[in-house]
Design a protein around this ligand. Structure first.
Ligand SMILES: *[C@@H]1O[C@H](CO)[C@@H](O)[C@H](O)[C@H]1NC(C)=O
Ligand SMILES: *[C@@H]1O[C@H](CO)[C@@H](O)[C@H](O)[C@H]1NC(C)=O
Length: 266
């Protein structure tokens, strides 16, 4: 399994990354001939106003994320693991990560209390900003889910991830509509890998499409609600489902963190 974070980050992390971690994919993978999120297409301006780009240094896209409210961002754990808040700059309000609508700074990083325990599980984190986000047409929060995703529902992935494995981030935000893959079907497809658990949700469209490096931490939205955060997959668009953190499963943890509670829910 590969994680979708860009290798650029390896130069910037505070602690040396562990060898396992570099296998994870950050963000949705994309690598088709028509490529972007592999096999995706350019998103219209304002299509995903909740989308953010996490940048260790402003000007370098690392991961995606989504705005939950005025001062909280959600992303994948592997996107912010080993980072100090000063290396998590949050770019909002733009379809071009290199042309920020605004840049916000991070006050606190909250990894899931069971991040990577077991390996590849609970890959979700919350980032609290130093300042409230100013909302506008291009900058809006995304609602949390109120029920699990049902078979047949469409899920939209957005991200600046590469169109080839380990490729660089694309300039313009891409989108890709995917289907929901029931847990058992996905689990069997991956031969019951221990890297998958109850906190994961799988998505798939077709071979040649999927999340890719740089999409990690980014949002998957269904019926106007955030249902997934890009976790891992086999890069990129090789015909297997992508595996995401299931936001519905983590609702209690998310709500308790945002309200200042430190209880560990999983
Ligand atoms: C920031 O947003 C929160 C939540 O809406 C609000 O309670 C608080 O007053 C805001 N702070 C400032 C400085 O605007
Ligand atoms: C699952 O196992 C089969 C049989 O060994 C193999 O062909 C297939 O590639 C495996 N699937 C994955 C996703 O690794």
């Amino acid at each position: 399994m590969k994680l979708l974070r860009l290798s650029l980050l390896l130069l910037l992390v505070v602690k040396p990354p562990n060898p396992c971690q570099s296998k994870r994919l950050v963000g949705p993978f994309s690598a088709g001939p028509s490529g972007r999120i592999k096999g995706g297409e350019e998103a219209e301006v304002g299509f995903a106003p909740y989308q953010v780009s996490l940048q260790p240094i402003v000007g370098y896209h690392n991961c995606g994320g989504a705005i939950l409210n005025e001062n909280w961002i959600i992303t994948a754990g592997h996107c912010v693991e080993n980072f100090v808040p000063a290396l998590v700059n949050v770019v909002t309000g733009t379809n071009k990560w290199a042309e920020p609508g605004a840049v916000y700074y991070t006050a606190e990083i909250h990894m899931h209390c069971m991040y990577d325990k077991p390996y590849m599980h609970n890959d979700i984190a919350l980032v609290k900003l130093t300042q409230n986000i100013t909302f506008n047409e291009l900058t809006q929060p995304i609602a949390l889910p109120i029920r699990p995703v049902q078979p047949g529902e469409e899920i939209v992935l957005t991200g600046w991830g590469a169109d080839v494995p380990y490729g660089s981030a694309l300039e313009d935000l891409q989108k890709l509509t995917m289907g929901f893959v029931p847990f058992n079907e996905c689990f069997e497809t991956f031969n019951r890998t221990s890297n998958m658990g109850v906190g994961h949700i799988c998505t798939f469209s077709r071979e040649g499409e999927g999340s890719c490096h740089g999409d990690s931490g980014g949002p998957l939205v269904s019926n106007g609600r955030l249902v997934g955060v890009v976790n891992w997959g086999r890069p990129c668009g090789v015909g297997l489902p992508d595996v995401q953190a299931n936001v519905y499963y983590y609702l209690d943890w998310i709500r308790s963190k945002i309200s200042g509670n430190d209880k560990c829910y999983y």
